[in-house]
Ligand binder design. Structure first.
Ligand SMILES: Cc1ncc(COP(=O)(O)O)c(C=O)c1O
Length: 368
C-alpha cells in the first residue's frame, strides 16, 4: 500500500519533541490564545516575511476574517480562481460579496493574470489568488493590476507555506496572506488551525478583534465578531513542526523532481515550475490521459491518489444556482478532467516512487 500522505510516519520522526510540547501545554493549564499562540504568530509572520500574524481557527476563517477586516461585503465583487477548494469562494459569498471566476493558466493551475483585467468592474474590491498545489500564483502582474485599479489583494496560501515568488515568500505580497494548518497541509496541526499574516497593524488589530467576539476588552463588543481562536495545543505542535518545515519542503522537492525525472517521456504531463519560484509541492499533480482509468488501475495496485479538484467552482450547484453557469472557463474545465495527485510526503521512499511510476508506465503501455 502506498498512501497519498503519511501523517503517522511524520509523527514517528518527531514524536519526542511533539509529546514534550503537548505535555508542556497540559501542565501550563492555559489552552486558548496564550504564550504558544503568541510565539507561533511571531514565528510564522517572520517565516513569511511579514510583521504580524494572527492565529485563527482554520484556513477558512483566515480568509473569512480577512475579507471582513478589509470591509468586503454586499455589492462587492472579488476576483478569484475557479480551480480551488470551495472555501476560497464561499468565504467571499458569506460576506455578501460575489466571487468572479477568472480562468487559470493551464501550466500552473493558478489564476491567469492576463485574464484578470477583463473581469474588473466598478464593483471589484479585491483579487484573491490561490497558490495552488504549492506553486506560487504569478504575483508580479497580479500586484501591478491591483495597484493600478486600487484593489485589495488577499492571498490564499493554504497550500503553499514557504513557497517563494522571485525570492519572496507567499503571503508577503498582498494586504494579507491566509494560511491553513489543517493536518494534511505542509505545516499541519493535529486538528484545525489557521493564520493571517500582514504588515498592516490596523488590519492585524481588526482580525484580532474579530476573532474574539468583536471586542478588545472582554465582554465589550465594538464590532460584530466571531469566535475563531487558535488553541495552545495546536500552536505548540505547530511550533515544533515549523522548525522542520524547510527540511520537509526540500524532501518534497527532491521527491517531486525524482517523479518528474522518471515520468519524463511518459504519457502524462508532469508539474510545471516557473522560473524563479520555490514550489513547495504540497501536492504532486500530473495531467493524465484516461485519468479515471489510470486512477482505478493505481488503486487496484494499492496506490492511492486524489483528484484536486473534480469540479470547477463555477460548475458546482451552489454557484450554478447563483448564476455562474453560463461562464465558460475552458482551462479550468479541462484541468478538472485530467489532473491526478500522486502520493507525496517527505517520508516517501525511492522504492515507492519507482513503484508508482512503474504502475503508471505499464498502464499506458497497455501491459497493466
Ligand atoms: C486552497 C485552500 N483554501 C482554503 C482552505 C481552507 O482551509 P481549512 O481547511 O483550514 O479551513 C484550504 C484547505 O483546506 C485550501 O486548500
Amino acid at each position: 500500500m502506498i498512501p497519498i500522505l503519511d501523517l503517522k510516519g511524520q509523527y514517528e520522526s518527531i514524536k519526542d519533541e511533539i509529546n514534550e510540547a503537548i505535555q508542556g501545554v497540559l501542565e501550563s493549564g492555559r489552552f486558548v490564545l496564550a504564550p504558544n499562540v503568541e510565539a507561533l504568530e511571531k514565528e510564522v509572520a517572520g517565516y513569511c516575511q511579514r510583521r504580524y500574524g494572527v492565529g485563527v481557527a482554520s484556513g477558512t476563517d483566515a480568509l473569512r476574517l480577512s475579507l471582513h477586516a478589509l470591509d468586503i461585503g454586499p455589492g462587492d465583487e472579488v476576483i478569484t480562481t475557479p480551480f480551488t477548494f470551495i472555501a476560497t469562494a464561499n468565504t467571499i459569498s458569506h460576506t455578501g460579496a460575489a466571487p468572479v471566476f477568472v480562468d487559470i493558466d493551464p501550466r500552473t493551475y493558478n489564476i491567469d493574470p492576463a485574464k484578470i483585467e477583463k473581469a474588473i468592474t466598478e464593483r471589484t474590491k479585491a483579487i484573491l489568488p490561490v497558490h495552488l498545489y504549492g506553486h506560487p500564483a504569478d504575483m508580479g502582474p497580479i500586484m501591478e493590476i491591483a495597484k493600478r485599479y486600487n484593489l485589495r489583494v488577499i492571498e490564499d496560501c493554504a497550500q503553499a507555506i514557504g513557497a517563494e515568488y522571485q525570492g519572496r515568500r507567499v503571503g508577503s505580497f498582498g494586504d494579507v496572506g491566509c494560511f491553513s494548518f489543517y493536518p494534511t497541509k505542509n505545516l499541519g496541526a493535529y486538528g484545525d488551525g489557521g493564520m493571517v499574516v500582514t504588515n498592516d497593524p490596523e488590519i492585524a488589530e481588526r482580525i484580532d478583534v474579530l476573532r474574539r467576539q468583536g471586542g478588545r476588552v472582554k465582554y465589550h463588543a465594538e464590532v460584530l465578531g466571531f469566535n475563531s481562536r487558535l488553541d495552545e495545543l495546536q500552536a505548540a505542535i505547530l511550533r515544533v513542526k515549523l522548525r522542520h518545515l524547510d527540511e520537509w519542503i526540500e524532501a518534497r522537492q527532491e521527491r517531486a523532481h525524482r517523479y518528474s525525472e522518471l515520468l519524463n517521456n511518459s504519457a502524462v504531463t508532469t508539474p510545471h515550475e516557473d522560473g524563479d519560484v520555490r514550489h513547495v509541492y504540497y501536492l504532486y499533480t500530473i495531467r493524465a490521459p484516461r485519468r479515471d482509468e489510470l486512477r482505478d488501475h493505481l488503486k487496484q495496485r494499492g496506490i492511492s491518489t486524489m483528484v484536486y479538484y473534480p469540479l470547477s467552482l463555477h460548475r458546482q450547484k451552489l454557484y450554478r444556482d447563483l448564476g455562474h453557469a453560463e461562464v465558460s472557463l475552458p482551462q479550468s474545465e479541462r484541468a478538472e478532467r485530467k489532473v491526478l495527485s500522486l502520493p507525496m510526503y517527505p517520508e516517501l521512499s525511492e522504492e515507492q516512487i519507482e513503484t508508482v511510476v512503474e504502475v503508471i508506465t505499464t498502464f499506458y503501455r497497455g501491459a497493466g
